[in-house]
Every structure is written in structure tokens, then in C-alpha cells.
Ligand binder design. Structure first.
Ligand SMILES: O=C(O)CCC(=O)C(=O)O
Ligand SMILES: [Fe+2]
Length: 299
């Protein structure tokens, strides 16, 4: 298996020269174990339950140095694949972490490298997205402060995608199933593994990775705003065969109250709010497993 971690180049010196691992450091799988499980809910119950739970936690910390917790209150938005998939067509061989930009700014006291990296990326992406949106909308007749007013940094979000190598690789398995993005536009930063494909005139085309560039993807809202001049294309990601793939997507979204309407005559879509759009998608996905998208609002 060829491995290409992005840090390999910068840490190259570490990989050179003789290196022998001590016997007890080798990656030998001995036996699987189940870590002690702590239910945080027990801490909020009566005195007796609470004490039992604290004791169990202390024992685990002492005996194992590890334990697992449930009911921890951390957002469950870290998803592996698509647990709701009922067939392979709806399944995505990937996991994604959604980070709302409002959450990052509330991470006071967590001045970690991760936080500052995410903040820096999001800040740059936000400026780029607004500038691209304003530029694209220039000739549509959209008022000049439209994006500045409706798309504050907190209304957009980041998604960090990880596509592990897929041992069941076949044309049936997608890293990310075909979809369109429900925003104005998306900025995709992908590694050099490749696998992103878009559908153009009925044919799937692979996007060649370019380390110098980020990918911009027109979303559904811009298709409506532009009265179908700009297109929100279906795209997907192939499951990688042997190496894992990473990407970060910045979704440039308005506030839920923003009114999305066509600029151009005759209007092809009726006016709707972003809230209405998201709710409709949720309804459709629950009912059919698929997002119907902007065609729901065609006049
Ligand atoms: O991973 C990619 O290159 C694309 C990700 C994507 O389309 C998405 O997150 O909506
Ligand atoms: Fe997408």
C-alpha cells in the first residue's frame, strides 16, 4: 500500500536512517478489549447513583488510564458514512466533522493549534467567498450589500471530510454520494489524492487535483439567484482504494431569514427563505432518502 501523508515531505528526515522498534513497541494486535463505560447521565441522578459512577470512573482511570463515556453532550455531528442509508446508492464511505463558525468563535480558552488553523482557514475562506459571490452577482442586479448583509461569518460552516481506504472498492461505493450543495458557493480544499467528480452534460468528469488551487463549487442558492444562469452541479467523490483522502469544504450560506429570489425575468423559481429551503430538504430526505433541491421551488 502506498502511503502519502501530507506531512511526509516536511518530516522527511524522520523517516530516513536505521530505525528498529523495540519488541514491545511493535504494532502487534494482541486482543481487543472493551474500555470501561461511563454514563455521564448518572452524574445527574440521585446521590447513590452519582457516587457509584464517580467510583467507576476513578477505578477506570486508575486501572486503565482510559475509559469511554456516553451522554457526553458533544455534538453527534461527527458521522461515519450515512447511518440512514438503506441502499448502497445512498451510502457514503466517509466521515465528516461539521464545524459551525459560531462554535469556533466561542472556543475561548482553547487557543490550540487546531483552533487557530481552523480560524485562519475559515477567515480566509469567508473573505474569498464574499468576494467571489459579489463578483459573480455583479451583473445580476443583486443589491451590492446583499451578501454582506445576509452572509455573516457565523452563518457559514466548515466540513472536514475524511475518506478512509475502501476495501470493498467497486463502482458501487462512493466516498461521497452524488449531491448538490445547498449554499451559495463552496470552497473545497482537497489533498492530492483526487477522486472528486462532477456531472456535466450527463457525464462524470474527474477534477484533477492542483496543489496551488482551491475548488469553487456553485451551490443551489446561486443557481436560483442567477435564474439558472449559474448551475449547481451534481458532484461526488470516489472512495479511495488504498490511501485515505482528506478535504475541507467551506459552505458559504446566508442566515435562515435571507430571502432567496431570482434576479432575471421571467423568474423560474418562487421566492423562499433559506429556512424554508433547509426544512424542505430535511423533509424530502426523511421521506425518500434523497434531497430534491431547487426543483421543488420551480414556478
Ligand atoms: O471532498 C470533496 O472533494 C468534496 C466534498 C463535498 O462535495 C462536500 O463536502 O459537499
Ligand atoms: Fe458537495
Amino acid at each position: 500500500m502506498s502511503i502519502d501523508p501530507p506531512f511526509q515531505e516536511t518530516c522527511n528526515a524522520l523517516f530516513k536512517g536505521p530505525f528498529v522498534r523495540a519488541e514491545d513497541e511493535k504494532f502487534v494486535v494482541v486482543e481487543e478489549c472493551e474500555l470501561p463505560l461511563i454514563d455521564m447521565k448518572c452524574l445527574t441522578l440521585g446521590q447513590k447513583e452519582r457516587e457509584k459512577c464517580i467510583k467507576k470512573m476513578a477505578e477506570a482511570a486508575s486501572e486503565w488510564g482510559f475509559f469511554q463515556v456516553v451522554n457526553h453532550g458533544i455534538s453527534q455531528e461527527l458521522s461515519l458514512g450515512n447511518p440512514d442509508a438503506t441502499c448502497l446508492r445512498q451510502f457514503s464511505w466517509s466521515e465528516a466533522l461539521h464545524i459551525s463558525l459560531a462554535d469556533i468563535s466561542r472556543m475561548d480558552g482553547y487557543k490550540t493549534t487546531l483552533r487557530s488553523t481552523i480560524e485562519a482557514f475559515a477567515g480566509t475562506a469567508a473573505t474569498l467567498a464574499q468576494s467571489l459571490a459579489e463578483t459573480l452577482a455583479q451583473n445580476l442586479g443583486v443589491k451590492s450589500n446583499y451578501f454582506g448583509e445576509y452572509c455573516t461569518p457565523n452563518t457559514s460552516y466548515l466540513r472536514m471530510n475524511r475518506y478512509p481506504p475502501c476495501p470493498f472498492f467497486s463502482d458501487q461505493v462512493c466516498g461521497l454520494m452524488p449531491h448538490t450543495d445547498s449554499d451559495f458557493l463552496t470552497i473545497i480544499y482537497q489533498d492530492q489524492t483526487g477522486g472528486l467528480q462532477l456531472k456535466k452534460q450527463g457525464r462524470w468528469l474527474t477534477v484533477r487535483p492542483n496543489p496551488q488551487s482551491v475548488i469553487i463549487n456553485i451551490g443551489d442558492l446561486f443557481q436560483v439567484l442567477s435564474n439558472n444562469v449559474f448551475r449547481s452541479m451534481e458532484h461526488r467523490v470516489l472512495a479511495p482504494k488504498q490511501v485515505e483522502r482528506f478535504s475541507v469544504a467551506y459552505f458559504y450560506c446566508p442566515s435562515y431569514d435571507a430571502v432567496i429570489q431570482c434576479y432575471g425575468k421571467p423568474a423560474m423559481y418562487r421566492k423562499f427563505s433559506f429556512r424554508e429551503y433547509k426544512q424542505q430538504i430535511q423533509k424530502d430526505v426523511q421521506a425518500t432518502g434523497d434531497k430534491v433541491g431547487v426543483s421543488r421551488f420551480l414556478l
